[in-house]
Design a protein around this ligand. Structure first.
Ligand code: FES
Length: 165
């Protein structure tokens, strides 16, 4: 018997099922399903992993394997409403990316990967964002912030921002 769902809403399940025709089998829906849940909850708790597995006809360990392969998904608690990925790859590092990351974390009183106590902001190091011409840069939800200084980044991260898609 499949346990009743507690985390996945009917809306999440409908979104996942709507994606199914794009994929060759249910297993291939694993990553899109994780993204659907993450977009709603800003993390993917263990219970959701079990529910995704039941929905897709997989073992929970298979879904957890996919989740844990990527650093993208938080599991223990939600990431902030704004998730700021600060690039630390070579072009950005040469133009102050490491200092930018350290300064933003210090100013917000958190460590890298941490979330502010009000749940508004998570700051994470990231690998190349594909915008090396604009180093150093930050991806804040879906917005690429170019040529950042600590001051410009602080101002940008205070602005209201659409949720990540
Ligand atoms: S190195 Fe930072 S965007 Fe490429």
């Amino acid at each position: 018997m499949i346990a009743p769902r507690k985390i996945l809403t009917d809306e999440m399940v409908a979104k996942i099922e709507a994606l199914a025709p794009r994929y060759p089998n249910r297993r291939a829906l694993t990553l899109p399903a994780l993204h659907v849940v993450n977009a709603e909850l800003r993390h993917v708790p263990l219970e959701a992993v079990a529910e995704i597995a039941a929905l897709l006809g997989l073992a929970p360990a298979e879904v957890q394997d996919t989740l844990s392969f990527y650093q993208f998904f938080h599991q223990a608690r939600p990431h902030g409403k704004v998730r700021a990925f600060v690039c630390r790859s070579v072009s950005c590092a040469l133009r102050g990316g490491d200092e930018l990351l350290a300064r933003l974390c210090r100013d917000h009183g958190i460590e890298p990967y941490g979330t502010t106590p009000d749940g508004e902001l998570t700051i994470e190091p990231a690998e190349c964002l594909g915008a090396c011409d604009f180093a150093p840069c930050i991806l804040a939800n879906d917005d690429l912030l170019k040529n950042m200084t600590p001051e410009a980044a602080a101002a940008e991260l205070r602005k209201p921002r659409a949720r990540a898609t």
